[in-house]
Each structure stands twice: as C-alpha cells, then as structure tokens.
Design a protein around this ligand. Structure first.
Ligand code: HXC
Ligand code: NAP
Length: 262
C-alpha cells in the first residue's frame, strides 16, 4: 500500500518496459492507482494482456504490449501505439531483465550476450526510442538497476556487467537530455519479496534466511516500496533530481565491497 496522497499522476501517461510481472508490474499498478494511464510491455502476449487487465479491469486506462526489448523497431512501435492511444508519454520505466545464476566458466558467449542484450542494450533501446514520444519538458525516465551494478557477485558476471552499464547509461543520458527537461534516474532495489529475481538468486529457505540475516533492516523489501520510489522520482517533488541511482535495499549496499547475496 502506497503512503502517497491519491491523484498524484492524474492526466499523466506512463510506459513500463518489463511491466508484466514482479516489481515493474507493482510500479505500473502504483502509477495507475495515482491516476496515470499505463502501458506495460513484455515478450509474452498473454502475460501482457493479463497484466493490463489487472491494472485496469475496465480496460480504458491500461494496455499490454508484446515486444522484445532487444528489437529496437518493436520497441519504437510500442511507444507509437501508446502515444496513439494515450498521448505523449510523461514517465518511462526500463525494467525488463533476464537473470540466471552461473559461474563465468559455465556461461557461453550467447548466454553472456543474452543478458547484456536484454538488460543494457534493451535499456538503451527503451530510452532511445521513447525520446521522440516524450512530453518535453517534464518527462521522467527511470532504469531499474541492481546492487550487482556496484558490487561484484559470484555467479553474476553477466548481470553485474549489464547493470553497471545501465548505471553509466543513466548518467550519460541525464547529462545530454537535462537541457530538454528530461530527467533520467535509476532505482536499485535490494532483494524484494515474492519476485522471480529472488526465486532465482536465493532458491531455498536456507539461502533466503541467510541473506535476510545480513540485511541491516532485517527483511526483504516489498514491491510497493519500489513503486513508491518510482512515484517519488516521477513527481514534481523530484524535479531537481537527475543522474542519480537511488538504493531501496534495507541498507544492503552497506554490507561490504563484495555485497554478495546468500
Ligand atoms: C548458463 C544459461 C542458463 C543457465 C540460459 N543460459 N540459462 N547458461 N546457465 N542457467 C544460456 C542458454 O544456454 C543460451 O546460451 C543463452 O543463455 C540464451 O538462452 P535462451 O533460453 O535461448 O534465452 P531467452 O529465451 O532469450 O531467455 C533469456 C533468459 C531467461 C535470461 C535466459 O532466463 C529469461 O527469459 N529470463 C527472464 C525472467 C528473469 O530472468 N527474471 C528475473 C529478473 S531478476 P547457448 O550458448 O546455449 O545458446 C534480475 C535480478 C537482478 O535481473 C538482481 C536481483 C537482486
Ligand atoms: P520479473 O518478474 O521476471 O520481470 C521481468 C519482466 O521483464 C517481465 O515483465 C518480463 O516479461 C520482461 N522481460 C524479460 N525479458 C524481456 C525482453 N527481452 N523483452 C521484453 N520484456 C522482457 O522480474 P523481477 O524479479 O520483478 O525484476 C524486475 C526488475 O527489477 C529487473 O530489472 C531486475 O533486474 C530488477 N531487480 C530485481 C530484484 C529482485 O529482488 N527481484 C532486485 C534488484 C533488481 P516476459 O517474460 O513476458 O518477457
């Protein structure tokens, strides 16, 4: 449940890449609850349609679009479809990601490339394509990154490399697009309860308990806590914030220079 007053995003249009499940779907729901019209994008068409139906059962204020962020033309077409339906876009989330746990020697060239293509190249595609469709000035762009960007993790060489690239992309775009009134930031969630990401990273109750024991706030994060951070970054209250990566991780980033999970 959000702690923000209602109606913050009335009249706004939001596009959430990777918004058909997990954290990003929670962000999309949070935006819709604040009055925004929302487009969510994922590869699976049925998943996209049911996410849109969850966000707005009446169907007037949410659409689900099936596209792969690795395909620039498909991403561009998704933005075009959104603008034709709802008008210029105020908020863009780039959160599509892929992850598996594997030591570097078990990752093929294609395995490494797959994750970099979805996470990093996909984020470039989303932000590069959205620019033409943005409400400028005033747009807020947010990449969903992770602690892997700044802290090395065993079994995550591909993800660490991809997410580190995303953090730098955020900063470069913030510099180039600030003059047009486009803010670009990142959110770095810690381990979030009930997500596919954590099911892959800490697949057993023992691994989950061991990780929770290390987190300063002593628990996993909750999806609405990330949604609230996205809402804040997209609001006028954050009008002077650009080029930042905000942690929402219960203090996990403080643990060590390794930051290893599990
Ligand atoms: C080694 C693996 C592997 C594994 C896949 N590959 N799984 N290599 N160990 N466990 C290799 C394959 O063998 C193949 O290489 C290459 O990766 C591409 O695999 P495909 O299955 O063809 O790719 P694709 O269908 O595009 O699927 C992408 C995916 C998949 C990333 C592999 O898991 C996916 O769709 N994930 C989306 C959902 C997801 O991961 N959600 C969690 C996001 S959380 P070869 O050489 O055989 O062709 C997240 C966490 C961040 O990002 C931090 C949390 C704290
Ligand atoms: P999730 O439920 O698996 O969500 C991933 C989303 O991305 C889905 O909508 C998925 O839909 C979509 N997607 C994946 N590959 C895609 C592609 N190639 N093109 C288009 N869409 C694609 O994951 P999650 O655990 O909630 O994680 C969401 C985000 O938070 C990710 O960026 C992740 O790195 C980040 N994060 C998560 C955690 C955590 O605790 N879970 C912690 C830190 C950061 P389809 O499968 O239908 O394509």
């Amino acid at each position: 449940m959000t702690t923000f007053a209602a109606g913050q995003l009335k009249g706004k249009v939001a596009f959430v890449a990777g918004g058909t499940s997990g954290i990003n779907l929670g962000i999309a729901k949070g935006f819709a609850a604040q009055g925004a019209k929302v487009a969510v994008l994922g590869r699976n068409p049925e998943k996209a349609a049911s996410a849109a139906a969850l966000i707005d059962p009446a169907g007037a204020n949410a659409i689900g679009i099936a596209a792969d962020v690795r395909d620039f033309a498909a991403v561009d077409a998704a933005f075009k479809q959104t603008v034709e339906r709802f008008g210029p876009i105020d908020i863009v989330i780039s959160g599509a990601a892929g992850n598996f746990v594997a030591p570097a020697l078990s990752i093929s060239s294609n395995g490494f490339k797959t994750v970099v293509d979805i996470d990093l190249v996909g984020t470039f595609h989303v932000f590069r394509a959205c620019y033409a469709y943005l409400q400028r000035p005033g747009a807020s762009l947010i990449a969903i990154t992770a602690g892997q960007a700044t802290h090395p993790h065993r079994g995550q060489a591909h993800v660490c490399a991809a997410k580190a690239g995303i953090n730098m992309l955020v900063k470069c775009l913030a510099m180039e697009w600030g003059a047009d009134g486009v803010r670009v930031n990142g959110i770095s969630p810690g381990p979030i309860d009930g997500t596919e990401g954590m099911a892959r990273l800490t697949p057993t109750p023992e691994k989950t308990a061991a990780l929770i024991a290390k987190i300063p706030l002593g628990r996993y994060g909750r999806i609405p806590e990330i949604a609230d951070m996205a809402l804040f970054l997209s609001s006028e209250s954050a009008g002077y914030i650009t080029g930042t990566i905000l942690d929402c991780d219960g203090g996990g980033q403080l643990l060590s220079t390794s930051g290893e999970l599990g």
